[in-house]
Write a protein that binds this ligand. Structure first.
Ligand SMILES: CCCCCCCCCCC/C=C/C(=O)SCCNC(=O)CCNC(=O)[C@H](O)C(C)(C)COP(=O)(O)OP(=O)(O)OC[C@H]1O[C@@H](n2cnc3c(N)ncnc32)[C@H](O)[C@@H]1OP(=O)(O)O
Ligand SMILES: Cc1cc2nc3c(=O)[nH]c(=O)nc-3n(C[C@H](O)[C@H](O)[C@H](O)COP(=O)(O)OP(=O)(O)OC[C@H]3O[C@@H](n4cnc5c(N)ncnc54)[C@H](O)[C@@H]3O)c2cc1C
Length: 680
């Protein structure tokens, strides 16, 4: 079945000409209407077409070009990204893209780490979340009109994960009703905040509040850093760029020091905690409410794991259809490398994961908006669940997406190592997601702690009802149950798949809880006992998060079925869901075998079913990546071009290499010629 209507995307950047015949054939053989799956992914036909209009506008605009990015210096890349910011603002005005959603769509289409990312992603959300109504009235219009540009300055040279250890102080001076911001040590220097180095005029600074020598904990403060006239740093402020990084060249991650900088009292963001003029301090309704922007960003990061992984898989799958190596038998034509089982085993689980994460993203968005609604009504009861779930999912999704991009790169052989494949920069720019907004391992501890607590409560109080995704912690009888998937067919049963994931998660939680008790019985206090089980806690958090991802994928398919989604689409989604479920059991088989949940009775049919699923996906692989609907601009890859003219595009793009500007190498006269022409 071919697609029900054609995508409206231009073929930009690629070398024009007849499309690659193999890709054309693959597209013609899809078992489902590609366009319908695209609508499903992007929320309907109207929304898809809107996104395409924006994507087309960006892809055909020379200011947003990416093709020369590898040949620019760090400074040039930063300047170029500022040029894109200016143009982004012009387009908002020109095309009336004033809604937050339109602007988000535009930034997504531009597809670059712009130095306004922190402004829109954390600075504005912190004002919205933490500012009083008056503070919002004062700063939001300026921020939304880009009259001020801000960032989120929390991390310090000596302190990142441990927020309570921050050293920057904001001392309240009752006599002038000001806070005095100071960086008392070198390690108190703010370090890392995006766009802090050169771009931002303002920032929200997290500092420990001190009132009359009393420590009141870490709070957010609005601080102007640079003159709005000439962009010079203000008195008492030392600010700059932290220097070269693994990648992320367009972003001026910065450092910042305060030398007794005074700000008015109403520059502390006081929605939840207040300091009155006389220095009276009112505590917030929840001790971690000032961490809410991080929870928001973690939810956002979970949402982008799918699209990032989907880009890598799109490049690798298209290339693997174009690339041919070896005939099976002599005299036969060479095979598309995607026909090889190993290539399918590397790529298709990642394809399935990109779809799985799409539904995880929907789930966390919904959970976050419910949480915000509650918070507006002063109800913080969902915060622990929101924090723990988002911390775990942020870790799992970014770890898998990072490793997945590298798998895609390696699966493209030598050409994957070329920056022109788009994969090295995708990887290098993405991997800090495992670190920023909470180091993944540290985030896993948060989820594991939450699960251990709930498990303990459920043990102590049989009959206690726990929230949906953790309700399995109530059922310790589950531990006695074993897998009964003894045939390939049984492995396709979602109930059995979920049973396996639930059982593994519960086992690891119970095991951790038992070890904690055992460590304490050996004489350790609780703190040291926790230290003794930390690597197991990471496993616990991952196991639970896998279960959440799978549960959402299964539920989403059920909901789609109930809402009348067509059979071919349901069939292909079910196949992807099955592969996701079975692949990650196979990948962690030790967990399931260790406690006898599975035996070789089950693993043989498991492996066989996975092989069948790979075969089932093969004819639809190109259609499944096409359904993500990326423009060539978004992929930025000679290997992933929609028309499949991979070699032509690689060859043409390579001509832009500055070394190729002259026929004779720079340095030839000084360094090569002397020894070439030296007498023997
Ligand atoms: C939309 C536009 C897109 C723009 C694109 C931008 C691109 C991205 C750019 C990236 C920008 C990056 C920015 C940053 O990195 S900002 C800095 C982020 N820093 C962190 O994430 C630090 C991580 N550390 C923490 O979050 C905490 O310190 C930590 C959770 C590790 C521990 O906190 P703390 O030590 O204070 O607390 P305890 O361990 O003692 O725990 C006490 C209880 O509080 C609970 N807790 C902790 N955090 C939260 C929270 N956020 N919400 C709710 N509850 C929380 C914790 O679980 C404990 O609970 P119990 O007592 O019940 O166990
Ligand atoms: C590209 C990028 C952009 C960033 N942008 C911003 C920004 O805009 N604003 C901002 O404020 N910050 C920003 N950051 C900082 C970022 O949030 C921190 O780097 C992150 O929170 C991790 O903290 P850390 O660097 O202190 O790591 P550390 O906590 O020092 O971690 C180092 C290692 O120690 C381990 N570890 C730490 N604590 C424990 C523990 N209790 N038990 C066991 N192991 C532990 C970790 O797992 C990790 O392996 C950015 C960072 C990067 C890389």
């Amino acid at each position: 079945m071919s697609s029900s209507s054609k995508p409206n995307l231009p073929v930009t950047n690629a070398v024009n000409g007849p499309p690659n015949a193999d890709l054309v054939r693959e597209r013609g053989a899809a078992s489902f209407p590609v366009r319908d799956l695209t609508y499903l992914v992007y929320g309907g036909q109207e929304r898809t077409e809107h996104l395409e209009r924006i994507a087309n506008m960006v892809a055909s605009d020379p200011v947003f070009r990416k093709t020369d990015r590898f040949f620019l210096s760090r400074t040039e890349q930063y300047r170029r990204s500022l040029e894109k910011v200016r143009h982004y603002k012009e387009l908002i005005a020109k095309h009336n893209l004033h809604s937050e959603l339109d602007q988000q769509d535009l930034r997504q289409a531009i597809d670059e780490d712009l130095p306004i990312g922190l402004h829109v992603g954390m600075f504005i959300p912190t004002i919205v979340g933490q500012g009083t109504d008056e503070q919002q009235k004062k700063w939001l219009p300026l921020a939304r009109a880009y009259k001020i540009i801000g960032t989120y300055a929390q991390t310090e040279l000596g302190h990142g994960s441990f927020i309570r250890g921050l050293e920057t102080v904001a001392t309240y001076d009752k006599s002038t009703q000001e806070f005095v911001l100071n960086s008392p040590t070198l390690t108190a220097t703010k370090w890392w905040p995006g766009a802090l180095g050169k771009t931002s005029t303002h920032c929200v600074v997290f500092a420990r509040l001190v009132i009359s020598d009393r420590e009141c904990g870490v709070h957010p403060f609005m601080v102007q850093l640079r003159s709005l006239e000439n962009h010079e740093p203000l008195k008492g402020i030392t600010v700059g760029d932290i220097g070269p990084k693994f990648a992320y060249e367009t972003m001026d991650n910065g450092f910042l020091r305060f030398d007794h900088v005074r700000i008015p009292r109403d520059h502390m963001l006081m929605r939840f905690a207040q300091v009155a003029a006389d220095g009276t301090y009112s505590t917030p309704p929840h001790s971690k409410v000032s961490y809410a922007t991080m929870v928001f960003m973690r939810a956002y990061i979970i949402g982008t794991a799918s699209s990032t992984l989907a880009k890598a898989v799109t490049i690798a799958v298209r290339y693997s259809c174009v690339r041919k190596q070896f005939p099976l038998r002599s005299g036969e034509p060479e095979q598309q490398i995607l026909n090889y089982q190993n290539q399918q085993a590397a790529l298709f689980p990642l394809l399935a994961t990109a779809y799985a994460f799409h539904f995880t993203g929907n789930y966390i968005r919904q959970m976050y908006s419910d949480f915000v609604r509650g918070m507006r009504a002063q109800d913080f009861s969902v915060l622990p669940e929101m924090h723990a779930t988002s911390a775990g999912l942020k870790s799992l999704t970014t770890w898998i997406a990072s490793a997945g991009i590298e798998t895609c790169r390696a699966s493209c052989g030598g050409h994957g190592y070329s920056k022109l494949s788009g994969l090295p920069s995708l990887y290098a720019n993405y991997i800090p997601a495992c670190t920023y907004e909470g180091d993944n391992t540290v985030m896993c501890f948060q989820l594991a702690r939450y699960l251990l607590k709930l498990y303990g409560k459920a043990q102590a109080k049989p009959g206690l009802r726990l929230p949906g995704n953790v309700s399995y912690l109530e059922k310790s009888t589950l531990l006695d149950e074993r897998c009964d998937a003894s045939t390939e067919e049984l492995w396709l049963d979602p109930a059995r798949q979920l049973h396996a994931y639930r059982n593994r998660a519960l086992r690891l939680v119970a095991n951790c809880a038992n070890r904690l008790v055992a460590e304490m019985q050996k004489g350790k206090d609780e703190v040291l006992a926790v230290e003794a089980i930390k690597s197991d806690m990471v496993k616990v958090a991952k196991a639970h998060s896998y279960y959440v991802v799978l549960n959402n994928f299964v539920n989403a398919i059920e909901q789609l079925r109930a809402s009348g989604t067509s059979t071919p689409i349901l069939r292909v989604l079910k196949t992807l869901c099955d592969l996701f479920a079975l692949h990650f059991i196979q990948a962690d088989l030790g967990d399931f075998l260790e406690y006898g949940y599975l035996s070789s009775l089950h693993t043989e049919p498991l492996h066989a079913q996975i092989r069948r699923l790979l075969e089932a996906i093969r004819p639809d692989a190109v259609a499944l990546v096409d359904a993500f609907n990326f423009t060539d601009h978004a992929l930025g890859s000679a290997l992933g071009v929609h028309n499949g003219r991979v070699y032509e595009t690689l060859f043409e793009w390579a001509q832009q290499e500055p070394l190729n500007k002259t026929q004779v190498a720079p340095g030839y006269h000084e360094y090569i010629k002397p020894f070439l022409l030296a007498k023997m």
